[in-house]
Design a binder for this molecule. Structure first.
Ligand SMILES: Cc1cc2nc3c(=O)[nH]c(=O)nc-3n(C[C@H](O)[C@H](O)[C@H](O)COP(=O)(O)O)c2cc1C
Length: 207
């Protein structure tokens, strides 16, 4: 039981610590098996995993992400710009592998048990697959970095994803030198973690 808590505590979003070594195929399959074991609304498994390891394709996506990073940097007020500038937001090329997670709202047909009242439960299910992948990768001693600095249409075209299927995440996955103990955004002074006590309420939100 301790191992689960240890893995959760160890998990980090990784940008700079990828070694670039090739990921062992069997390890990759174990991690994807963990992702695919996630709970899903109506047992619909609405996710797919597109694996990209061609250095040219990784570079192409990284170039797109750089434009989105720049746009965000330009939108910031001066003091925040200075804090943001040194922060790395992706390790797309360095990781050597991108896992694009897609979400298919049609998976399982029109009568998904449990999604009739809350449509987002499909998307929530796909997010759980990502968390499973992230924790399994951490347990394997690997790093994962979630990249969301992209235009959805760009990534949809990039992986051949047609409406209504959506790409919902680019995950950099690969061997790392180490995992930092403190999240990068905290280390670089962007934003600190919120204390648990502020997130717990009794009976009503806010009390
Ligand atoms: C939905 C989502 C999108 C994210 N997008 C990015 C991103 O584009 N670039 C990045 O560097 N980190 C991204 N992150 C990672 C967060 O910045 C990170 O989880 C947070 O700072 C806490 O750090 P930790 O994961 O190491 O605990 C994303 C995380 C989530 C859950």
């Amino acid at each position: 039981m301790r191992a689960v808590y240890d893995t959760i505590a160890k998990r980090r979003d990784v940008r700079a610590e990828f070694t670039g070594e090739k990921l062992d195929e069997q390890v990759l399959m174990r991690v994807l098996t963990a992702a695919h074991s996630a709970p899903s609304v109506g047992n619909s498994h609405p996710w797919d995993f597109v694996l990209i390891d061609d250095p040219q394709r990784l570079a192409e996506f990284a170039t797109h992400v750089a434009t989105r990073r720049q746009a965000f940097a330009e939108s910031l007020p001066e003091p925040r710009k200075d804090v943001f500038n040194p922060i790395k937001v992706e390790g797309i090329r360095e990781s050597g592998l991108g896992v694009v997670v897609t979400y298919d709202p049609t998976r399982g047909g029109p009568h998904i048990l449990g999604r009739h009242t809350i449509d987002e439960t499909g998307l929530m299910s796909a997010a759980l697959a990502i968390q499973n992948l992230w924790l399994a990768a951490t347990a394997e001693g690997l790093g994962v970095g979630w990249v969301s600095f992209y235009q959805e249409e760009f990534l949809a075209d990039f992986v051949g994803c047609k409406q209504p299927v959506r790409p919902i995440a680019w995950l950099c996955l690969g061997p790392v030198t180490h995992l930092e103990e403190v999240p990068d955004l905290e280390r670089f002074g962007w934003r600190s973690r919120r204390p648990l006590k502020d997130a717990i309420h009794r009976d009503h939100l806010g009390s």
